[in-house]
Design a protein around this ligand. Structure first.
Ligand code: 6PG
Length: 241
């Protein structure tokens, strides 16, 4: 992996614009090279401003949505209309506002009881649509330096065969089982966009960027095995102030 690029922006508005511009450029490059763009969105609250920037001009109109496939980095084991659903959050802040064909939005059906079967099915879709290699994987950074649904101490940080697995009863907030992409999916992706805002993420960001390599303790270290990583963070996350 090449060293990560770390882009520090002043505030959340600048964060939204920087992330949206990066997505637009990744989309342009992928479509130029391959005719399609496969992106996986992250859950949590951090991506909201980026999604809203992508859902309005100029970024919305700079994306060829009919050539885009949207995936999810992880999903909680709840129905798609539940408040904790990552799909619901992405739908409300982005997907309902852009002209992407619904068949190109690949939701993780984590409300089903057999999460291992859901993970297998989702992996098959990921392999069918883009050969298992996302053009852009967006990940949020947890306060404990987790990414996706790979939590500190989890053996999932060493998963390198499956692209998608069930993450049962993880000690995460909210305390829900999940389906998550794995380090294998991180390593297969063309590029990763890692995002963090607020002073609350400062310690996690420092560990992600500078601590000795230890994915069990710092799951964000799985990003060190990605082909290319850009961190876009606001000044509060970068400085802690
Ligand atoms: C999830 C997310 C998770 C998230 C981080 C950051 O489903 O919980 O995918 O990995 O990105 O926990 O969450 P916030 O953006 O809410 O701080």
């Amino acid at each position: 992996m090449s060293a990560p690029v770390v882009q520090v922006v002043d505030d959340v508005d600048a964060f939204a614009e920087a992330c949206a511009a990066h997505v637009v450029e990744a989309c342009r490059a992928a479509i130029a090279a391959r005719g399609r763009f496969a992106i996986a969105l992250t859950g949590g609250s951090t991506p909201g401003p980026m999604h809203r920037a992508l859902a309005r001009a100029p970024h919305r109109d700079a994306i060829a949505w009919q050539k885009v496939d949207v995936f999810f980095g992880d999903e909680r084991a709840v129905p798609p209309d539940a408040p904790q659903s990552n799909y619901r959050a992405a739908r409300e802040t982005l997907l309902d506002h852009v002209p992407i064909p619904s068949a190109q939005v690949h939701r993780i059906e984590a409300e089903r009881s057999d999460l291992a079967a859901v993970a297998r099915g989702y992996e098959a879709t990921l392999r069918r649509v883009c050969g298992g290699a996302l053009d852009l994987l967006v990940v949020g950074l947890g306060k404990d330096a987790h990414v996706l649904s790979l939590w500190p101490g989890s053996a999932l940080v060493e998963e390198r065969s499956s692209l998608v697995v069930a993450s049962v009863d993880p000690p995460m907030d909210p305390p829900l089982s999940r389906v998550t992409l794995t380090p294998a999916a991180v390593e297969a992706a063309q590029s990763v966009l890692a995002i963090a805002t607020s002073a609350a993420k400062h310690a996690a960001l420092e560990r992600a960027l500078h601590a000795d390599d230890d994915p069990r303790a710092v799951p964000a270290h799985v990003l060190r095995r990605a082909r290319e990583v850009r961190f876009v963070v606001d000044r509060a996350a970068a400085s802690g102030a």
